[in-house]
Design a protein around this ligand. Structure first.
Ligand code: ATP
Length: 283
């Protein structure tokens, strides 16, 4: 269980996490979405105990997390993760020695699948290969909480597909809480069960992907018809072009009529409606 209570993080004058209260209890693959600078890395690093928060509390399985917490039960990997410049095989061995639940079979299988050369020193790997090695180590650690910060950044399209498969396999083998932050939204949709949207340091959305699929719609038509159909609904955004209005809702959709066009929103469009402020991210 990850429990955040009124978590605030400031860097100097800037408040980057704003009074976040969040409970993540169920095993699952969670996707953390947010615009650049929304606070994703800050949130993940704080949960991992890589940095202290300014106020509030973070607990993982009842243990309060700070930079001095030993054995947090959390494994965090950032993109551009750094490791000692040792041969990959040696890095995997060290990881296996320090993690009592380390899954050697999973790590070896993934090394083979991604054709990673165990003899190569870490710094001689390509960016994508470095990220893959770090991710394999992180997943093989079998900690109860796995945090992957933009893992697919250096991957080509084929690596990304294989990465999502690896994530699903790892989860099926050992169901636990895996939180992945990414900007490549549609691709990860098949892999995840829950979505967390952070916007300007606040949690804007936390629900299942199924909720998005069944409740996120756009409704277009003449202003009076759209207004009448959406009067009591949760409207998350609106566009107007000429006399036509489109309302974006997160709610049960209204009845289809001849004067309305009702379409489901893609995950990406839902995200854009939830956080798509014009003029950049204000603090
Ligand atoms: N060590 C730091 N000192 C000062 N400001 C920081 C520090 N780390 C992050 N920030 C600022 O905090 C804000 C949130 O940064 P963070 O890295 O958490 O965002 P993010 O959502 O991960 O963004 P991105 O998607 O671009 O990686 C940004 O404005 C960033 O400049």
């Amino acid at each position: 269980m990850i429990e955040l209570k009124q978590v605030t993080k400031q860097y100097g004058q800037a408040t980057v996490l704003k009074n976040i209260t969040l409970s993540i209890g169920e095993p699952g693959i969670y996707c953390l979405l947010g615009r650049n600078g929304a606070g994703k890395t800050t949130l993940l690093k704080s949960i991992a105990g890589y940095q202290n928060i300014t106020s509030g509390s973070i607990q993982v399985d009842g243990k309060t997390i700070t930079t001095s917490t030993l054995d947090t039960g959390v494994s965090y990997i950032e993109n551009f993760a750094k490791h000692f410049n040792l041969p990959v095989r040696k890095l995997l061995r060290i990881a296996s020695e320090v993690n009592p639940n380390y899954d050697d079979d999973f790590a070896s299988e993934m090394m083979e699948r991604f054709e990673l050369d165990g003899k190569k020193k870490f710094h001689h790997l390509s960016l994508g290969m470095k990220t893959m090695v770090s991710t394999i180590i992180c997943l093989a650690s079998n900690k109860e909480v796995i945090l992957l910060d933009e893992p697919v950044l250096g991957f080509d399209a084929i690596m990304r597909v294989e990465f999502y498969d690896m994530l699903t396999e790892s989860f099926q083998k050992h169901p636990r809480m895996i939180i992945v932050s990414t900007h490549i939204i549609e691709e990860i949709a098949k892999t995840i069960q829950k979505l967390i949207i952070i916007d300007k340091g606040s949690i804007r959305f936390f629900d299942t992907l199924q909720a998005v699929e069944t409740k996120a719609f756009c409704i277009s038509g003449l202003q009076k018809d759209v207004e009448a159909a959406t009067r009591n609904l949760n409207i998350i955004g609106q566009d107007a072009v000429g006399g036509l209005v489109t309302s974006y809702i997160f709610d049960n959709p209204p009845e289809q009529t001849a004067s309305l066009e009702i379409q489901p929103l893609s995950l990406q469009d839902f995200f854009i409606q939830m956080v798509g402020h014009k003029g950049g991210v204000k603090r």
